[in-house]
Structure formats: structure tokens, C-alpha cells
Design a protein around this ligand. Structure first.
Ligand code: RIB
Ligand code: CA
Length: 409
């Protein structure tokens, strides 16, 4: 990587990845206006670099020509496993997603990059190390990511994922250590060493991915596809408006949606329909391999907590569906949307608004009464994402459970 290692962003990355407290001072320097100006400038730079010269076409151009659909679904390395980096905040459903990816020959996991989210980084990092050890895949490098969102206070969801992020199930301390690179650094290195081959699979807040893209604006043009678990066009889960991953870091999500990378959004619209049954849990518990046993313990602990807490025992495997959609693309159906991420709402930050070309793209009325009336966008409809709008839950579980148990479907 021929970049000045002392660049401002790389200094920021080092400070915000791995949990050092100096990140607070570093981040405080970013006023929101300065941040958004930077990210807007970055997004334009990314778009320009994606269009200029011999760079691949931007997502907009590919989608406009109908080829983005192909690029999103087809394997960039045909005849070989799809090469992926998993960015994650393990996390109960993250654990199922990681186990599924590590036990599926259709995928080659090049790295796992933990980020703060469900629980703080000082838990998601060791949890990721534990999961690769349980899966017997310590060949996969794990690189520590962001301990804070780009500009906001971290909000976690330990009430859902347990105080340790794995439903309170106690697994041994990991023996392996993370690599020395930060998450943004390993993402940038692997993508630059393999342009056009690495799909980013982000199943947590998008802070790591945004930091990599912002530090290296040309990176976007080298990434053939991004699949995220995140967003929702049918209401949120952490607020009525926002899905958790985008709620935690809306500014990072905006950078990723604006980066002109062919993007598949696997949101709550479909993931909330993929609910684990007690029958599934019994199948996991009945199999004797370490992955199935660990998955069974995590699922059982979650199920019993909900049952004894009087909650409806609905455990949606959000992240595992995002991974499954790369193994069996037909498990979901997709529709082109232009997705805006709300970043300034007092009650709606992180909300994803989907425009499908059949209605105006219009902002809220300005506070300055003398300002002009917001007009519908004149720009012709250009989607920036394929949103999962349909799912076959039975098909999903017919893939997931045998992969984890090792038993044929
Ligand atoms: O809203 C669901 C998402 O938030 C999943 O990725 C889950 O792990 C949590 O991070
Ligand atoms: Ca997650």
C-alpha cells in the first residue's frame, strides 16, 4: 500500500480501532458538518475515481445497464469459491452467520473484522476469535476494528445478545490473537491485492467499512459487491424507524451507500421472517460436531431466556440470511431502489428510505421560511442498492441447519 502511513485518516484509524481511549479526543475533532462535508467529498471522489479511466463502471452505471444485477449475484471468481471478508459484531446471529460461512465450500473467508455494535469491541473481538477456533478455522485472520462509531456515542444491545454477546454462554478464552493490522487496514490490503474479487459481507454497524473507504477513495472501484445485513423499508427494530446496524452508525452507512459499489441490502423486511424453531435447536443439539454444539448452546440459551422472560420466542437469524444469500442467491428476491440513509433525524437517524422510481425523492421542508420549496429530484432514477424484498425461510433453514450439523438435509 503506497500511502503515507502518517495520513490523517490512518492515524484516526489506528486510534479508533482496537479500543484506545484516544479515539474520543480524535473523534471529538470531527464536527458533524466537517464530517459530512468530508464524507460527501469522499463519496464524490469515490464516484469520480470509479468512473474515470480504466476503473470499473460505478454501480449506478452498471445498474442502469442492467449488469449490476448480474455482478451482485454472480460470483466475481467463477468456478472458485466466492472470496469474502466478513465485518461483524458477534453477536448471536453473527455467530450463526460466521459458522455458516466457515462451513460452506461456496465461500472463501479471507478475513473477519470485528466492530463495536451488539456489544463493545472488547467483547466482539474475542468472540470472533472464539468462533474461528470453535470452527477449527484459525487460518482465517481476525483484525480488530472500530471501538466507536464515526461521530456518535456507541449504543449496544446486550439486552438482546447477552452481556458477553453470545447469549451468556461461557466459551473458553481464545488461544489465538488478532493480527496486527486494523480492520480498515486489512480490508484495504486484501481488496487492493485482489481488485474485483473480494465481496464485503457486513453484518454489523458499517464503521470499519466506511473507515476503509474514506481512507482510500479508490477502494470502492475495486470492490465488486457489498452485501449488508441492515436497514429496513418496513420499520425498524431498535426504534420504529431504524434497524440496529444503521442506527448505531448512520454516517458510516451513508458513506457505504454513497460509494457506488453494487450493494445488496438484506434488511429486516426479510430477515425478521427467518425465525429459529425449537426443532431447529434440537437438531443442532443432537449433532456432535463443535460448531453445532456451540450453535445449539447459544440458541438454547437465547430461547430459554426469552421463554422465562415472558417474551415471544422469536429469534431471527438476520446475519445468517445475508450470508446464505451469497451461497444460494435464490433464497431471497431483490428489487432496485435508491436508498437514502437518514443521518439528522432526532428520532429517525439510521432510517433507510427506499425510492423505487415511482415517487418523488424530496427532502423535508427547510427551517428557513425564506428558503425555496424542496423540489422533487430532477436526477433520473438511479438505484444505489438491490433491496431484498422476498425470502423463502424454509429454503434458508434447509441450507443453514445441515451446514451447521454436518448432516445431510
Ligand atoms: O438488526 C439486526 C442486526 O443488528 C444484526 O446484525 C444483529 O446482529 C444486530 O447487530
Ligand atoms: Ca450483527
Amino acid at each position: 500500500m503506497n500511502r503515507d502511513p502518517k495520513s490523517e485518516q490512518e492515524i484516526e484509524q489506528k486510534k479508533n480501532c482496537g479500543g484506545s481511549r484516544s479515539a474520543d479526543r480524535e473523534r471529538a475533532a470531527w464536527s458533524r458538518r466537517e464530517f459530512l462535508a468530508n464524507s460527501t467529498g469522499f463519496a464524490v471522489a469515490g464516484a469520480i475515481s470509479g468512473l474515470a479511466g480504466n476503473h470499473p463502471l460505478s454501480a449506478h452505471e452498471m445498474m442502469a445497464r442492467g449488469s449490476a444485477t448480474k455482478s451482485l449475484v454472480s460470483n466475481p471468481t467463477p468456478g472458485k469459491p466466492r472470496r469474502i471478508i466478513i465485518d461483524t459484531d458477534p453477536g448471536i446471529d453473527d455467530a450463526m452467520a460466521i459458522f455458516l460461512a466457515l462451513r460452506s465450500p461456496e465461500l472463501k473467508v479471507e478475513a473477519i473484522t470485528p466492530v463495536c455494535g451488539n456489544v463493545p469491541l472488547d467483547l466482539t473481538l474475542p468472540n470472533a476469535l472464539r468462533l474461528v477456533e470453535i470452527a477449527g478455522r484459525t487460518d482465517v485472520p481476525v483484525a480488530a476494528g472500530a471501538s466507536h462509531p464515526l461521530v456518535r456515542r456507541l449504543v449496544t444491545s446486550g439486552h438482546v445478545h447477552g452481556v458477553n454477546g453470545l447469549a451468556g454462554v461461557e466459551f473458553p478464552e481464545p488461544k489465538i490473537k488478532p493480527v496486527h493490522e486494523t480492520a480498515p487496514e486489512i480490508i484495504r490490503r486484501i481488496v487492493r491485492e485482489n481488485p474485483g474479487e473480494i465481496t464485503i459481507v457486513a453484518v454489523g454497524p458499517l464503521t470499519n467499512v466506511a473507515m476503509a473507504l474514506r481512507a482510500d477513495p479508490e477502494l470502492a472501484s475495486m470492490i465488486p459487491a457489498v452485501t449488508i445485513m441492515g436497514g429496513s423499508l418496513s420499520g425498524g427494530n431498535i426504534t420504529p424507524a431504524a434497524e440496529f446496524n444503521l442506527y448505531v452508525d448512520p454516517e458510516a452507512a451513508r458513506i457505504v451507500f454513497d460509494a457506488n459499489i453494487p450493494l445488496t441490502m438484506v434488511g429486516l423486511d426479510v430477515t425478521r421472517k427467518c425465525l429459529v424453531s425449537e426443532q431447529h435447536i434440537k437438531q443442532l443439539e443432537a449433532a456432535s460436531n463443535p460448531v453445532s454444539q456451540a450453535a445449539g448452546k447459544i440458541m438454547r440459551a437465547t430461547y430459554e431466556r426469552m421463554r422465562h422472560g415472558g417474551e415471544v420466542t422469536e429469534i431471527a437469524l438476520h446475519d445468517a440470511l445475508a450470508v446464505a444469500s451469497l451461497i444460494d442467491p435464490g433464497v431471497i428476491t431483490r428489487k432496485d431502489y435508491y436508498v437514502e440513509v437518514e443521518t439528522s433525524g432526532e428520532w429517525t437517524a439510521g432510517q433507510t428510505l427506499g425510492f423505487d422510481g415511482h415517487g418523488p425523492v424530496r427532502k423535508s421542508p427547510p427551517m428557513e421560511t425564506s428558503a425555496p420549496e424542496p423540489q422533487p429530484s430532477e436526477v433520473p432514477f438511479k438505484p444505489n442498492a438491490q433491496v431484498a424484498v422476498g425470502v423463502d425461510p424454509d429454503r434458508f433453514f434447509r441450507l443453514l441447519i445441515p451446514r451447521l450439523t454436518g448432516n445431510a438435509a
